[in-house]
Every structure is written in structure tokens, then in C-alpha cells.
Design a protein around this ligand. Structure first.
Ligand code: MN
Length: 452
């Protein structure tokens, strides 16, 4: 457990129990500072001028500007490449500096933000300077924190795979390969968007079961998927493999991800090569990337695998007692246009936990490179929909409504089988470690626009 876990910050809001951004968390983002508060109506506000984003770190209700920190000389004794990386508009350069540099920068940030007894305080001028480099979180306009060349989406929740499989193959819900390898598909990196970006309902080809021929039109079965993304921080050259022991050291951090899915397009197109246009119209990511070091207190054994399941092949076998899971509660909320008009709060549709995955991110990374495939800095490995076994723990509408058969009733009197225009889905994640202030993964939000 990091020694700073119980320490407090001189940034007062960081020590408030419900704030979610305490000193031991320090997630990264890329932001521009707006001149006024960003509207919370989901419109994303005015189109932003082409301002280069600064990297920032979340502390309490503020974002500390890393670019400004470097310019002020407060990172002066860190390696030059780390200082240069702090002035980049995305996290890729910092990732490229490697795990020792990640730890060094994080230690420096903690040192700058930690509350010190007045009698021990070396330099109050330094604290004033750091304070002057902070922007209120609500005034930040976020950009994608990482430049991502490749996005792979897995299917690592057996609960999700079983629930979905049962809809199509009631007698044999899980494919026979499921306990042996982390199933995935190659997603589309070009349509990754940052939280708050509206999502336009896609057109596509689909076929009703009772019809003989497909039609082309706007999707009528639009869905969300509650997921977590792992960012690759250390790549591997083409033709090389990454061992399971080394895999977790190559991950930079975690983030919320919504893999928007058009179920009608998906179910017609996926034979035999898997998801394609039913997924590639948009994938939302949270602005916040939580470094792996901050997640250390929340590591746990994965709960998704039972003793009766086959032992993974040697290349995927984790050491006995490996803590390769994360005890992170994940939630999805829905707010419809009518609910907002009536002043009703968003309603929770899903609450699951990342520790319930069947495959770990380390296993996903090792399997991904097992054929010599090269992963690049900034690549995303996403978990797939994170579902649990209990009621309310289903991470998408396809599962919740049993393929649209059992609509959800909303406090506005509306019902939903799938998402309607104007609906807004917001993903959240948090953890409450013993003796630690609550931490949050931020928010991953998107509102559905009518097909254009
Ligand atoms: Mn997915």
C-alpha cells in the first residue's frame, strides 16, 4: 500500500470524503480551460477553438496544470524527457518514458500536493505557485487524454457472455473457447470520442427474424456497454510476445469506456467475422486515466473464475494468488429528455464490479501479443461489458431487457427497451478501500442524437 494513502493534501476539497479525487489517486487528463463553466446539459457547449490541450492531474475539485508546473520550474530535477512529456497535449509521451518515470512524476506530484506540518514547511512560496496553476474541474473542457492507434475490445465478463449467449443459444450459452482464451475483436480507434461528445444514432442494415430480406435504416436497438479500458503504456515490437509476468507492468492506467452498440446491425452482420458497423460509429472514453500505481490498494483476486473451470494454458496462467483484478464498482445511469424536463434525477440501470471479470487485463495483453502482434503506446484494451450475476448487475440494455422483451420502467412513466433520441447514458466508477478516502473514475457520458 502506498505510504501516502493516509496522507492529506493542502488542497482542502481533496480531503472531503465524497470528493473522489484525494491525494493518493491523482488521475491524469488533457484539458483546456474554459472562460466560463461548461454547461451540464450534455450539449458540450460552444465548439471549442483550436487550443492545444494541457495535461493535468485531478486533485480535489481542481486540475493541476502539468504544463504550467514544468514552465514554473517545479519539475526541474526530473529527467528532461519527463519534463517535455508534461508539456505534450496527450499522455503518450509520458507513457513512452516508462514505468520508472511514471513513478517518479507521481511521487513529485504527491510531494507538491501533500499537506506538511507548518513547522516542517520548507517553502510556502512553492505552495502558492502550485495553487496558481490550478483550474476548477468544472471549468475544464476535456479532450481525449491519449492518442490511441488501436482499440481492442474483449469479452472478459463470463456473466455478460452467459446472459447474452443465452438469448441466442439457450442450450449452450457460452462458446466452447470461452474458458480457454480471452475473446476479443478489433475495434475502431478513429471513432473514439471523449465523454460529453454527442453520439449520433447510426444507420445500418438489419433484418427482423420474421422477414426474408434486410432493410437499411436508422438503428432501432441502440445500446450502451459498461466497460473499463486499460491503456497500454509500454508497447512491444512486431514478432515479440509479452509474458504474463511482464504484462501488468506494461499497463499505464484504467479509464471508463462506453462501447455503444447497435444490436440490430450487430446481430445481422456478425456472422462469421464478429462486430463491425454495429460498434464502430462511436466509443466514448472518460477524460480521466487512473495510473496503475494509484489502483494498487484496490487490487484483488479475480472473482469470475471458479475452481471447477479449466486451468488456463501455461502462457495465460497467473501466479498463485495473483491480485490481477480491481475492486471497482461500476455504474450506468440513464436520463431521458422527458426526465430532464420534469427535473427527475438520472436512474441507475447497472451496478457491477470489475473484480468479477473472468480474464484479467494482464491475460488480455499476453494473449493479444501471443502471436507476435505489436501493441503500441496508447492502445486500448477494453474489458467488454462488465456484468455480475445478481439482479441489477447487467452492464447493457440487451441483458437488462432480455433482448428487448422486458422493458425498463422509468420514473417519468416512460419505458425503454433500447435507447431513444435524447437519452443520455452516464458511466461512473468508484472504490472504497479500507481506511482510504473514496476515489472515483470520473464520468463517461454521451447523449443520443437523432439519425442524420
Ligand atoms: Mn463491448
Amino acid at each position: 500500500m502506498p505510504q501516502a494513502s493516509g496522507a492529506t493534501s493542502w488542497v482542502g476539497t481533496a480531503n472531503e470524503p465524497g470528493n473522489g479525487f484525494p491525494l493518493h489517486w491523482l488521475p491524469y487528463c488533457a484539458f483546456t480551460a474554459a472562460t466560463k463553466d461548461v454547461p451540464t446539459d450534455g450539449s458540450g457547449g460552444e465548439p471549442e477553438p483550436q487550443i492545444q490541450a494541457h495535461l493535468g492531474v485531478g486533485i480535489g475539485s481542481f486540475i493541476l496544470d502539468l504544463h504550467g508546473l514544468q514552465q514554473s520550474g517545479l519539475l526541474g530535477d526530473l529527467p528532461e524527457e519527463v519534463q517535455a512529456a508534461c508539456c505534450a497535449p496527450r499522455l503518450n509521451a509520458l507513457m513512452g518514458c516508462g514505468p520508472a518515470a511514471w513513478a517518479g512524476l507521481r511521487a513529485r506530484l504527491m510531494d507538491l500536493l501533500r499537506r506538511v506540518e507548518p513547522s516542517l514547511r520548507r517553502d510556502t512560496g512553492r505552495q502558492r505557485m502550485v495553487a496558481s496553476l490550478m483550474v476548477p474541474r468544472r471549468q475544464a473542457k476535456f479532450q481525449k487524454p491519449v492518442y490511441t492507434e488501436n482499440y481492442t475490445d474483449f469479452y472478459a465478463s463470463m456473466h455478460h457472455a452467459t446472459h447474452v449467449g443465452r438469448l441466442f443459444r439457450p442450450d449452450r450459452p457460452l462458446p466452447p473457447n470461452y474458458p480457454w482464451l480471452p475473446i476479443g475483436y478489433h475495434g475502431r480507434a478513429s471513432s473514439l470520442v471523449v465523454s460529453g461528445t454527442p453520439v449520433r444514432r447510426p444507420y445500418g442494415q438489419y433484418k427482423a427474424a420474421a422477414e426474408g430480406a434486410p432493410v437499411f435504416g436508422a438503428s432501432g436497438r441502440l445500446d450502451y456497454e459498461l466497460e473499463v479500458a486499460a491503456y497500454v503504456g509500454v508497447g512491444n515490437p512486431l514478432g515479440t510476445r509479452v509474458s504474463i509476468e511482464e504484462a501488468s507492468l506494461r499497463l499505464f492506467g484504467l479509464s471508463l469506456l462506453n462501447d455503444w452498440s447497435a444490436r440490430d446491425i450487430q446481430s445481422w452482420e456478425y456472422h462469421p467475422l464478429g462486430p463491425f458497423l454495429g460498434k464502430s460509429f462511436a466509443t466514448s472514453v472518460s477524460p480521466w486515466v487512473v495510473p496503475m500505481e494509484a489502483l494498487a490498494p484496490y487490487r484483488t483476486r479475480l472473482k469470475g473464475r471458479c475452481a471447477s473451470d479449466p486451468v488456463p494454458l501455461a502462457y495465460l496462467a497467473e501466479p498463485e494468488g495473483a491480485r490481477s483484478g480491481f475492486d471497482l464498482t461500476l455504474e450506468a445511469y440513464l436520463s431521458t429528455a422527458r426526465m430532464r424536463e420534469q427535473g427527475l434525477a438520472p436512474v441507475r440501470l447497472s451496478r457491477s464490479n470489475l473484480r468479477d471479470l473472468y480474464w484479467s487485463f494482464a491475460q488480455m495483453l499476453t494473449h493479444h501479443t501471443s502471436n507476435g502482434c505489436n501493441l503500441k503506446i496508447g492502445d486500448i484494451l477494453a474489458s467488454g461489458t462488465v456484468s455480475g450475476g445478481e439482479l441489477g448487475a447487467q452492464g447493457c440494455l440487451l441483458e437488462i431487457t432480455q433482448g428487448g422483451e422486458m422493458p425498463v420502467s422509468l420514473p417519468s412513466g416512460e419505458r425503454r427497451r433500447f435507447l431513444e433520441d435524447g437519452d443520455e447514458v452516464s458511466l461512473h466508477g468508484y472504490a472504497e478501500g479500507e481506511g482510504l478516502a473514496r476515489v472515483c473514475l470520473g464520468e463517461c457520458r454521451g447523449r443520443i442524437l437523432a439519425a442524420g
